[in-house]
Design a protein around this ligand. Structure first.
Ligand code: NAD
Ligand code: WQD
Length: 345
């Protein structure tokens, strides 16, 4: 299939590009590089042995999207592009509504103009808010999110559901990711946020490699087995494979569907620290801090709909996730210090 990946140079998009290229799809990456590096396209090429097309562009540029969709005869879109930092979204809500919401509207209009009917959308477990029950199934109520980022995800899902009612020939799959971590086993692509990471895993990796001095553990008084927050971590390669399966599903289905992508079990912050210590052979110094605003105690999903509908199930465990994240951290810190050997060895 000829597939356009908006935000395809980012963390999840780049891994998905590798999986799709390896499966024989034609891949076009469309990204404004606001949170990614132009070198990623070479790394994808090195891993997959085939070069995707890269177009530097913004999803708010409807004309460029129409030109790209039509000139490349695109059959399906996977829509990753968006801003994703929860804290930043509270400080700069307009940026988030403009980029994520207005950007998505521009994309959906371009798709309509060009007759592109298949769409996979990067949604998030954040649409469930504070879980009323665990595990979370797709029929659990979606709730008002606690931040503008989360609201854009829910609003886009709702907009897509309306579009699918208005045009029954559309095929739309909203993938609700739980907590994606890890990296491609080559260590060539992974997650390396600018500045101080917000998310647990990139933070832990930088503490292990000595790029940051210690981890702050936000809260040890939750109603969880060890008091720290529990999440359903999923290897980014499993997630990428989920997109390939969703694409197959979208090629024969119609309408709007939401599907959880997670492993179906939770790990606490302390369990993640211990798994990372095992993978890296490094001690992770940490300090207990008060709870972080807006955090929930625990969430994990029931991934059985993904198994039934898409024929997908996560196959990598927390040790695989930490091993691959550590390998990427070592290579990335070596690349950034331009040294031949990594500080992590
Ligand atoms: P990422 O920041 O690594 O990738 C997003 C990509 O989109 C970046 O390359 C960025 O340059 C690009 N982009 C942003 N705005 C754009 C615009 N206006 N036009 C064109 N390109 C634009 O993020 P990621 O972790 O790969 O996440 C991908 C998607 O998955 C996002 O929509 C995110 O909200 C969603 N998601 C991520 C997580 C997570 O924990 N990583 C969890 C749930 C959902
Ligand atoms: C995980 C756990 C923290 C950092 C966020 C978004 C969500 C989704 C994924 C996009 C929590 C604890 C973290 C640290 C810590 N993104 N923690 N010290 O909050 O589950 O989800 O990313 O859709 O929308 O909200 O992920 O990795 O930030 O936190 O103790 O330095 O680690 O309190 O319990 P989260 P996270």
């Amino acid at each position: 299939m000829r597939v356009l990946l908006t935000g395809g140079m980012g963390f999840i998009g780049s891994h998905t590009a590798v999986v799709l290229l390896e499966a024989g799809h034609e891949v076009v990456l469309y990204d404004n590089l606001s949170n990614s590096d132009a070198a990623v396209v070479d790394r994808i090429t090195e891993i997959a042995g085939r070069r995707p097309v890269f177009i530097e562009g913004d999803i708010r540029d409807e004309n460029l999207l129409v030109e790209t969709l039509s000139s490349r005869a695109i059959e399906a879109v996977i829509h990753f592009a968006g801003l994703k930092a929860v804290g930043e979204s509270v400080e700069k809500p307009l940026d988030y509504y403009d980029n994520n919401l207005a950007g998505s509207i521009s994309l959906f209009k371009a798709m309509r103009s060009c007759g592109v009917k298949k769409l996979i959308f990067s949604s998030s477990s954040t649409v469930y808010g504070e879980p009323a029950q665990l595990p979370l199934t797709e029929s659990c109520p979606t709730r008002k999110a606690t931040n503008p980022y989360g609201r854009t995800k829910l609003q886009i899902e709702e907009m897509l559901s309306d579009l699918a009612v208005a045009d029954p020939s559309l095929s739309i799959v909203c993938l609700r990711y739980f907590n994606p971590i890890g990296a491609h086993p080559s260590g060539l692509i992974g997650e390396d946020p600018n500045g101080i990471p917000n998310n647990l895993l990139p933070y832990v990796a930088r503490v292990a490699s000595g790029r940051l001095p210690e981890l702050h553990v936000y809260g040890n008084d939750y109603a969880t087995p060890d008091g720290t927050g529990v999440r359903d971590y999923i290897h980014v390669m499993d997630l990428a494979e989920g997109h390939a399966k969703a694409l197959e599903y979208a090629s024969h289905s119609r309408g709007w569907t939401a599907v959880n992508l997670g492993c179906g079990r939770g790990y606490s912050v302390l369990e993640v620290i211990h798994a990372f210590e095992k993978a890296s052979g490094r001690k992770i110094p940490y300090r207990l801090e008060p709870r972080r605003n807006g955090d929930i105690a625990a969430n994990w999903c029931d991934p059985s709909l993904a198994a039934r509908l898409l024929g997908w199930k996560a196959s990598r465990n927390i040790d695989d996730m930490c091993r691959d994240a550590w390998n990427f951290e070592c290579r990335q810190s070596a690349r950034q210090s331009h040294s031949e050997t990594s500080c992590c060895k």
